[in-house]
Ligand binder design. Structure first.
Ligand code: GRF
Length: 200
């Protein structure tokens, strides 16, 4: 069984989806810690409700590396196998990314490589795309550039608003992210250069 840590900054609906899938026995892993860089992230409440240890690690007044080292200290103590970024709104330096290479994944709200950055849904919508979606990927040193594990499309309908498009997108994320976590925990993901092979 793999030890999973989830890093969040906000509402934590993706965290909730992982919690629910673990609880339902669909993921061969245990969430050993939920870490937030925001004290008031609602995801911390979700974790507490599920009896998962929570940590608030603020980033004000310290360097990025000092902040990351505090997180690494927790991850090492908990012997973490997989780190999931689920709405974690800080770019990680090579200190963190190097240490967790190939065991660090992120959910991004657009079909990469289109629309990297912080507002994938807004950017997809404002561009006038007919299809958006989400991407679960391994994290490398770039911003939203790592090898892709899963992508799911979300067709934009004539009667959509940004809000309805986003809500449907989140529902899709809540399927895709737990699926990627499950595949990782089952040792089914093999990284070959830019490609991630999913073993049967
Ligand atoms: C999601 O749209 C995710 O793709 C993006 O941030 C949002 C987090 O939502 N990285 P939540 O905190 O999981 O509800």
């Amino acid at each position: 069984m793999k030890n999973i840590t989830v890093l969040i900054s906000g509402n934590g609906t993706n965290l909730q989806a992982i919690i629910d899938n673990v609880k339902a026995g669909k993921i061969n892993g245990k969430i050993v810690a939920v870490i937030s860089n925001k004290a008031d992230a609602f995801g911390l409440e979700r974790a507490k409700k599920a009896d998962i240890p929570t940590y608030f690690i603020g980033h004000k007044g310290i360097t990025r590396e000092e902040h990351e080292q505090k997180i690494i200290d927790i991850l090492e103590k908990e012997k973490v196998d997989l780190v999931v970024l689920a709405g974690y709104m800080r770019v990680l330096t090579s200190l963190f990314v190097g240490k967790y290479k190939n065991r660090l994944i992120n959910i991004h709200p657009a079909l990469l490589p289109a629309f990297p950055g912080t507002d994938g849904y807004g950017d997809t919508w404002n561009y006038g795309c007919k299809v958006g979606g989400c991407t679960v990927h391994f994290v490398d040193e770039g911003v939203d550039t790592g090898p892709i594990i899963i992508q799911r499309a979300n067709e934009i309908r004539e009667d959509d608003t940004l809000e309805t498009f986003k809500q449907r997108g989140l529902d899709i994320e809540h399927q895709a992210l737990p699926e990627a976590v499950k595949l990782f925990c089952d040792d089914k993901l093999k990284i070959e250069g830019r490609k991630v092979k999913i073993e049967k």
